[in-house]
Design a protein around this ligand. Structure first.
Ligand code: MN
Length: 285
């Protein structure tokens, strides 16, 4: 099932070339009140609504997918977690290029740990990535994103995939430089996710998906998630040893080799097998 958000507050199922509006199925689901929970309301309640979706689709209002304005598929992720180095070929390119690593030698995720991106950095497919510092190198990083469905802490690798609701495409936009990752990767528009959530049952093995990124039609990154050093299960176990994971949390799983700078006017397209294609334009602030 492909779940999307559109027109700000509508919930849709992508069905062929249409989006079927299933917002009415959430009409009788209680809305949270202040203080708001640390999880995403839609993701948290999706399992209870899901059994009613197939029979609702026939009567749902439909929109051609080209006519809608798509939103980030998770409105309120409590956390956006990132893996800084998780493909061997990207570690090698980072260690070979002082422009990327500013003199630091990258080793493994075990030593570097994870980082957090601000939720204000979210940007949907179709949006504009804004470069915050005109004179600084800003890079694209295509990544598989796992969306937590069932929360938990100290999740075992064996149980990890039971905690994933869905997957989507992510762009972990990054200013290169010496500052902490949480600063360089958290600018507004730097957490691109979309175009929609593809539920885990439809994805199958998340550790064998082709991923690709093009800038202005030229291929820059091309790999497969089988080359992840920490696979999805291990990342979830690692992250949940530190953070309680909540429904709607996003885990950016790391980028393969081929990262490179983008400039205002560039068009970025990223695709992952079975998850669709995401497009953004790059602009200055
Ligand atoms: Mn990254």
């Amino acid at each position: 099932m492909k779940l999307c958000r559109f027109h700000h507050n509508r919930v849709g199922i992508v069905d062929g070339d249409d989006v079927a509006d299933i917002t009415p199925l959430f009409d009788d689901v209680a809305r949270p009140s202040w203080p708001y929970p640390a999880y995403d309301w839609l993701v948290y309640h999706f399992p209870e609504v899901r059994p009613r979706i197939p029979s609702f689709l026939d009567s749902a209002r439909r929109f051609p997918i080209g006519d809608i304005r798509i939103d980030a598929p998770v409105a309120n992720p409590g956390k956006i977690i990132g893996a800084p180095i998780n493909y061997r070929d990207h570690i090698n390119e980072a260690n070979a290029d002082r422009g990327i690593n500013h003199g630091k030698t990258f080793t493994t995720l075990d030593q570097l740990g994870l980082f957090l991106k601000a939720s204000t950095a979210l940007l949907p497919s179709g949006g504009r990535v804004l470069i915050p510092f005109a004179n600084r190198r800003t890079d694209h990083e295509v990544e598989l994103v796992a969306v937590i469905g069932k929360g938990g802490r100290r999740i075992s690798q064996e149980a990890a995939l039971d905690h994933v609701l869905a997957y989507c495409i992510g762009l972990d936009m990054t200013v290169r430089g010496p500052e902490f990752a949480g600063f360089r990767k958290s600018a507004d528009t730097f957490a691109v996710v979309g175009p929609w959530l593809t539920t885990a049952d439809e994805v199958g093995d998340p550790n064998s998906l082709d991923l690709e990124l093009q800038v202005n039609g030229e291929r820059r990154q091309s790999s497969n998630t089988r080359y992840l050093i920490f696979n999805i299960q291990r990342l979830i176990a690692y992250a949940s040893a530190m953070y309680t994971l909540c429904p709607g949390d996003l885990i950016f799983t790391g980028t393969p080799a081929g990262v490179g700078p983008v400039q205002p006017g560039d068009r970025i397209s990223a695709s992952i097998q079975r998850l669709g294609e995401l497009r953004v334009e790059v602009d200055s602030l």
